[in-house]
Design a binder for this molecule. Sequence first.
Ligand code: F6P
Length: 528
Amino acid sequence: MSNRTPEFDAAWTALNQHVVEMRDIRLKDLFARDNSRANSFQEAIDGVVFDYSKQRVNSGTMAALLGLAKACKIEDWREKMLHGQPLNITEDRAALHCALRGSAAKSLMIDGENISHFIRDAQQKMRVLCEDIHNNENVTDIVWIGIGGSDLGPRLVCESLQDFKHEDAPNLHFISNADGHRIARLLKTLPPTTTRFMIASKTFSTSETMLNAHTARQWIATALGESAITQQFYAVTSEPEEAEEFGISPTHILPMRNWIGGRFSVWGMIGFPVAILLGFERFQDFLSGAKFADEHFKKAPLNHNIPILMALISIWNRNFLNYNTQCVVPYAQDLQNFAPYVQQLEMESNGKNVDREGNLITYQTSPIVFGGPGTTTQHALFQMLHQGTQVTPVDFIGFIHPNHDLEDHHAMLLSNMIAQSEALMRGEEKKPNTPSYSEFIGNRPSSTFLVERLDPYHLGMLMALYEHKVFVQGILWNINSFDQWGVELGKKLATPINECLTQKGNPDDLSYSSSTKNLMKRILSKNS
Ligand code: F6P
């Protein structure tokens, strides 16, 4: 690694030496040799147990990894984040998502504004709008239009917490993709007079969101007239003038600030649909869970600090054991959007090839994150997890208490989760005279989160633990986790292509490859 202190280099070298002795180690043997392994490699905080005893680590590994964290001065970086220093150096912005749940320094001023006051006032406005919606029988449906961080967080939370729905909450629909099939189909089912649209875009310029917003606007204007736009539309944005120009009333615009990254924004105004679904009180429970995780992250010693341990294990797997994927499997169908959420959180934050000093880096950063809910994914991706040629570490997430009383369902769900982690770890040797395809090599690492219940509080806690993990990874990799320049080129190249596909340009005038031009011409010839 470049641009690091001698302490960092020494810690990295020690891990490189340690991994040589760990490569041949069998997890099964580690368990056989040490009766207390399960207890030694687990942490428990308020209703969440994190068991990492099935990772390929021993006490020497953890000591060496903690040495790396100390060499990176992770505690100083944590303070810098919570005190609003501009960690996002390429855009000169702070990363203050923790402030949205009351965990940052109270007197913080950013751009001349007291951020505690900003958050208090914004929450108050959200509460009033939320109660207005609950009290208005003439609102039956809400369509939330946003993409990336303006979609994945609220979509995940709303889908996961249906069991906690407020009795007056209207139906919620999420539209993110530019693909018109979804919005076209949805609009056919909605009553214009009782439908409200919420445009969620920090920049109020993201092309997919604006296209969907204009389609919705046209639909309302056609059905009810232009004058209806002010009442039927809301916005969540850091660009209120743009939203007003669109026709949205200032009373319906909830604010965002640049010190909140899109993928970290569900705790603020982007959480509006969550507050509508749950009611404002339960939305506070969601924030309290995250706040508890913040307190733990701030105060627990490094060797008992769950997000730090999560990050260290991921660095171990990625940079020393050379695993390039990470699978996330919550045993809860309602968490079907957890993997896409973690995907954006990790891959957009830490999929970087330049360090904080602007140098190209030579080590691996974000793994490919994928996954889906158990048990259904067992019937799709687990063949590869057990017998594929590459090893994929897995995060299992299970909930002790279900929100229903079908006990046999829940027992089956959790049995499968535990069995899978055991099977990945121990494998099964080939018996004499049996075919080789019946062999399971095993020794495949996983962590398990055992959570009290899938409720607002514990979901908030779990999501915040993953956020902090991603922050720690970024510090150890010496990258900026809070920008996303890698998404820009594709957007830029799409604009002239879009012009050609909408008959406003000629593919031959573009300096794109023949493949790209051919594809455009094929589409155009079918259109004409
Ligand atoms: O394209 C990536 C991205 O900038 C994400 O980081 C962000 O969450 C998403 O687009 C949406 O951005 P906005 O809220 O500005 O529409």
